[in-house]
Write a protein that binds this ligand. Sequence first.
Ligand SMILES: CC(C)(COP(=O)(O)OP(=O)(O)OC[C@H]1O[C@@H](n2cnc3c(N)ncnc32)[C@H](O)[C@@H]1OP(=O)(O)O)[C@@H](O)C(=O)NCCC(=O)NCCS
Length: 289
Amino acid sequence: MSSDSEILIRQATPADAPACSKICYNAFSAINAAHNFPCDFPNAEYADRLIQGMFNAPGVYSVVAESIGKILGSNCLDERAIVHGVGPITVDPNTQNRGVGRRLMQAVMDRSRERNAAGIRLVQAAFNSRSLSLYASLGFDVREPLAVMQGRTQQRSVPGCTVRPATSADLDACNALSHRIHGFDRGVDLAFSTQQGAALVVELAGRITGYSSALAFFGHTTAESNQDLQALLCSVDSYGGPGVIIPTRNAELFRWCLSNGLRVVEPLNLMSAGLYNNPAGAWLPSILF
Ligand SMILES: CC(C)(COP(=O)(O)OP(=O)(O)OC[C@H]1O[C@@H](n2cnc3c(N)ncnc32)[C@H](O)[C@@H]1OP(=O)(O)O)[C@@H](O)C(=O)NCCC(=O)NCCS
């Protein structure tokens, strides 16, 4: 690789997606295999669809690092809420640990500051000592230990709770709930996943007490109580991608998942810089935050 000064960081274009998705798949396959974890993506095509989607999505700012016309890695910033989310960030395995990741992180942090985001967050693979060190040295604090969990709960419903697909008529109530619990909403993300048919709400006594943008790696879930979360988790036969992400300090929920037969896939950490409120309710982050 050429010297640091020759590394160009620029905004990604859709034409960069094939090279970046290859790097993304290779980088995650290599680091996960080195630690005996399954890859976060089932195959290269999945990574390709993900990167294509991120690079083309409104509200997502993507950057690439390149040197002498060769792409070395990429990073994305989800700007759809007042708190921004970082990832996926990946650097070509042949070029790692030489400063490219730091430059890609700095680029999205600068962008987030320019856009006056209240805060910036990410979810990090807890076994990855390099990314943990990199993000902490850039100013991110570890906020929550997490576990990706997969399976089908033995319990299939929670008495009194009804789970149904979300509709656009539910969005105001869901966003108000998110404000109460997190201090901000993720309305753009939720409206999109509602349109896609992925979002769910849980009702108790005719009132919305929780929602999930998707019970999946890329979905977030917000609820008044663990009971509402459990009703959502019971309502499907499996979770999208590697699984749902459980904050393990929510010991009651974590033990409930374990006693219901869910299995831990991998440990993660939620990290943040800028605004962070301890959530005033029950919640599951997405792989971004
Ligand atoms: C994580 C990743 C994006 C980082 O990019 P990179 O180019 O390899 O990282 P950089 O060289 O810019 O920075 C690594 C920093 O961590 C430090 N570091 C690495 N291992 C460390 C350790 N065990 N303890 C302390 N610091 C460590 C390095 O010294 C460097 O710090 P510096 O900038 O102060 O010198 C890249 O390694 C990657 O693609 N990994 C696979 C995919 C992945 O894990 N993505 C992130 C998911 S959370």
